[in-house]
Design a protein around this ligand. Sequence first.
Ligand SMILES: Nc1nc2c(ncn2[C@@H]2O[C@H](COP(=O)(O)OP(=O)(O)OP(=O)(O)O)[C@@H](O)[C@H]2O)c(=O)[nH]1
Ligand SMILES: [Mg+2]
Length: 317
Amino acid sequence: MSLFKKMFSKDKKENLDKGLEKTKSSFFDKMSKAVAGKSKVDDEVLDDLEDVLISSDVGVATTIKIINRIEERVARDKYLGTDELNKILREEIAALMSESESGEAANIQLPDVKPYVIMVVGVNGVGKTTTIGKLAHQFKSAGKKVVLGAADTFRAAAIDQLQIWADRTDVPIIKQKMGSDPASVAFDTVQSAVKMDADVVLIDTAGRLHNKVNLMNELTKVKRVMQKVIPNAPHEVLLVLDGSTGQNAFEQAKQFTAATEVTSLAVTKLDGTAKGGVVIGISDQFKIPVKYIGVGEGVEDLQVFNKYEFVDSFFKQ
Ligand SMILES: Nc1nc2c(ncn2[C@@H]2O[C@H](COP(=O)(O)OP(=O)(O)OP(=O)(O)O)[C@@H](O)[C@H]2O)c(=O)[nH]1
Ligand SMILES: [Mg+2]
């Protein structure tokens, strides 16, 4: 059964269109300025298009790929009108994204592993806890038994915040007091999950420690300790990135994936930002799939990322 298809289909498109509004209006504004007074795609239009893509946070490497593709088309069709530019850009971005490996995993099913352990990582404030709350809700709505683990013990508020999501979504939470060993919380959580016959475990982790080395060591320890209960845990390490930080999100993805094993990405806060183009760059540049996108603060505002739907929504005016 395609669990995710079912649980995310409702109003998904509308939500995505709304979430990308700012990105789109800023992008199309810039585009129309780039082609103003021009009827033909020439070098100057291409230069301007390059600027538009870079300033929309698509990233330099992906922008260059896109421009090269459009250049090839310009060379092929002697005359390319600026009125066709949107359509062509859309086709080339869609083609580019379908070449990246990050596509096929978009419509995942919950694997046949029980309990399936997802460890959620990322720097502070990116939306880890919120994403866990949203996921808990979605899994639960799909009839799955969910357990949360409050392994961000660095701040008291972090535990309280996860507790709020546990109450809101009516799922059990395993926690200890602030300052306790995160690995011990994670151990307790997976052990309880096995006892409760849970389907999914969501482990919250700290984004802020005294330094980066400490943080990475702690994540490694959390993983190792969970493996005493479930040898393959965590089955998924989900890195959460704040899309509204644009290129910064990109840098974080680079640094985090270099320092620890990450198996999937979530890009949050795409609503209320004009930097949504960063998702195009991230899914082109990283081998790790973008699995979820956050398009609001509400419990329903998390979507399984589908690059075709994304490009579709991006270019729908
Ligand atoms: N608009 C919007 N806000 C979001 C989204 N996801 C999270 N937020 C907000 O971002 C803020 C930080 O979210 P948290 O979930 O606390 O982030 P965190 O990564 O757990 O932060 P720490 O626990 O401090 O490391 C909160 O105010 C959330 O409501 C999103 O998709 N859209
Ligand atoms: Mg948190």
